[in-house]
Design a protein around this ligand. Structure first.
Ligand SMILES: Cc1cc2nc3c(=O)[nH]c(=O)nc-3n(C[C@H](O)[C@H](O)[C@H](O)COP(=O)(O)OP(=O)(O)OC[C@H]3O[C@@H](n4cnc5c(N)ncnc54)[C@H](O)[C@@H]3O)c2cc1C
Length: 502
């Protein structure tokens, strides 16, 4: 590479157009891009990581929601899918990508999901036993450990109490948060550096091996000659106005597109690249979820302790029930029945049901280079699984002694018993009455051995552009039913290793 290795460059600092040469350029520094850069640089390749967002040290992060939305969330936190409902769809834009602001939940890909990938999409390496050492390597690199009971605090423990009372099989959640102090601010970026988001491990590991990181630098066009990727045209961007500044060109033998399940299809569609399968942007899954809050006699202070510390698989479904917390301002908006006086919020605990959605959506570029236009239709089958999960959470909270639950349905405030919940739902709920949320976009450039079914091969290489690899959540053939970051990193490691073998 013809510039100092191991360094971080702030794109807007370049006073004029520049051109660089390296072995591989990696677009995006989130879960997928960081894992690819880690692998390639360990193998001795010169790697340039191009990231649209900025690099933040823990002390530079503010604990304010408004600051976080403006600085570390893509589209300033306003990304939304529309279709037969409005679905908030947040994602990160910073070094570390969405891992900077995630809850640090770590699950391995469920074996039945991998079996589906192998059987239906020809992903030959998708085997739970064969992947076990790779999962372990990733988990070790990002510091995964199970939440301990003494760390869990009241909002997780009160849910566990209900789970135990009903004899269900729950467990504490494993998280990559080795230095967690339980401040409840994960989704604003960890202000004490206690979370093992990839900006604190895989990206620095890559830099130690000589990779270079270009921040506030947006990939704008993948360079292709005779059907082979040969580099990237990028632009330094102003971090706040997002306008393009100087052009930076990277000539490279390999190009890895890891801009996430919204960013990767947007770049391909904007450029009209690798579209032959007709699948770019399609088949989007999001792990649709909805929360239930419960009010207890005792003080819970849900914002203390790991944000998401305990879970139960939903019986008979590819879905999980996971405790969650948020800052009091978020609870006050979502569960407004308890916001006057706000002291009532101290008595709330909350848990969400997150499903492996069979419903699909589509990603298209929006009105500007940084805006997405995402559509999604929630199918009745998925709505039924969410409602089943919410009922189970309600049952668990009443078993734990809740005074009432608040499901967040429009047109219903609080329920005093499971029978109240059943009676309300039996009347029929429109989609508009739901308060669904999703933060796991995936599958929008899925991999498949069949070039008519997938954008990339099981190796991650585009079916139509040689040496162009995709390695992020966009390549998942299906939804998972568990939080995806470990699957993203493991998939990216497998793709990088296959690319290294050539
Ligand atoms: C609020 C929230 C909470 C979550 N909680 C969890 C959790 O607890 N556990 C879990 O497993 N998962 C969680 N997730 C999901 C998980 O973080 C993501 O699935 C994972 O990070 C996706 O990895 P990725 O590489 O596909 O994309 P990302 O991690 O989103 O990274 C994509 C990167 O590409 C950059 N980029 C995009 N376009 C361009 C461009 N044109 N040029 C340059 N750079 C570009 C973006 O700025 C971003 O940094 C959460 C997500 C959110 C939003």
């Amino acid at each position: 590479m013809d510039f100092p290795r191991g360094q971080t460059f702030f794109g807007p600092d370049f006073a004029r157009e520049e051109s660089f040469t390296c072995d591989a350029v990696v677009i995006g520094s989130g879960a997928g891009g960081a894992a690819v850069a880690w692998q390639l640089s360990q193998a001795g390749l010169s790697v340039a990581i191009v990231e649209e967002g900025r690099k933040y040290e823990p002390h530079q992060l503010s604990t304010k929601q408004s600051w976080a939305l403006r600085h570390i969330y893509a589209e300033r936190g306003t990304s939304l899918a529309t279709g037969n409902l409005y679905l908030p769809l947040p994602r990160g834009k910073a070094v570390g990508g969405s891992t900077l602001l995630n809850s640090a939940i770590c699950f391995r890909t469920p074996a039945p999901v991998l079996a589906d990938w192998q059987r239906d999409f020809g992903v030959d390496w998708a085997d739970a036993a064969a992947l076990a050492p790779v999962f372990a390597e990733v988990e070790q690199a990002i510091g995964v450990a199970k939440t301990q009971p003494f760390q869990a605090r009241a909002h997780n423990l009160v849910f566990k109490q209900g789970v135990d009372a009903l004899g269900l099989q729950g467990d504490f959640i494993s998280r990559n948060a080795p230095g967690c102090v339980g401040c409840g601010l994960c989704q604003l970026g960890c202000p004490v550096g206690g979370k093992g988001s990839v900006d604190r491990n895989l990206v620095p590991y890559a830099l130690e091996k000589g990779a270079a990181l270009f921040t506030s630098t947006r990939a704008t066009r993948i360079l292709v000659e005779n059907g082979t990727a040969v580099g990237l045209e990028a632009h330094a961007v102003d971090p706040l106005s997002e306008v393009r500044l100087r052009k930076l060109t990277f000539k490279s033998r390999l190009v890895f597109l890891c801009a996430g399940a919204i960013g990767s299809p947007m770049l391909l569609l904007n450029q009209g690249l690798s579209l032959e399968s007709g699948q770019v942007g399609k088949n989007l899954h999001v792990h649709t979820a909805q929360g239930v809050a419960a009010r207890f006699e005792q003080v819970v202070d849900a914002w203390q302790g790991p944000t998401q510390g305990y879970y139960v698989p939903l019986d008979g479904e590819r879905a999980v029930l996971e405790t969650f917390s948020a800052t009091p301002d978020i609870f006050a908006i979502q569960y407004d029945a308890y916001s006057k006086p706000m002291s009532q919020l101290r008595h709330l605990a909350a848990c969400g049901c997150m499903i492996a959605d069979v419903s699909t959506g589509e990603v298209k570029p929006g009105k500007s280079e940084t805006r997405s236009a995402v559509t999604y239709r929630l199918e009745p089958k998925d709505q039924a699984v969410i409602l089943k999960g919410m009922r189970e959470i309600t049952r668990i909270y009443f078993a734990a002694g809740a005074l009432e639950v608040h499901p967040g349905f429009h047109g219903a405030s609080t329920f005093r018993s499971l029978a109240d919940y059943d009676a309300f739902v039996a009347k029929g709920l429109t989609l508009d009455q739901m308060s669904v949320y999703a933060s796991h976009p995936m599958s929008s450039c899925r991999m498949s051995a069949d070039r008519t079914k997938g954008v990339v091969k099981p190796t991650g290489e585009s079916h139509s552009v040689k040496n162009l690899y995709l390695a992020d959540a966009s390549v998942f053939p299906t939804a998972l039913g568990v939080n995806p970051q470990i699957t993203v990193m493991t998939t990216a490691v497998m793709i990088a290793r296959q690319a290294l073998r050539g």
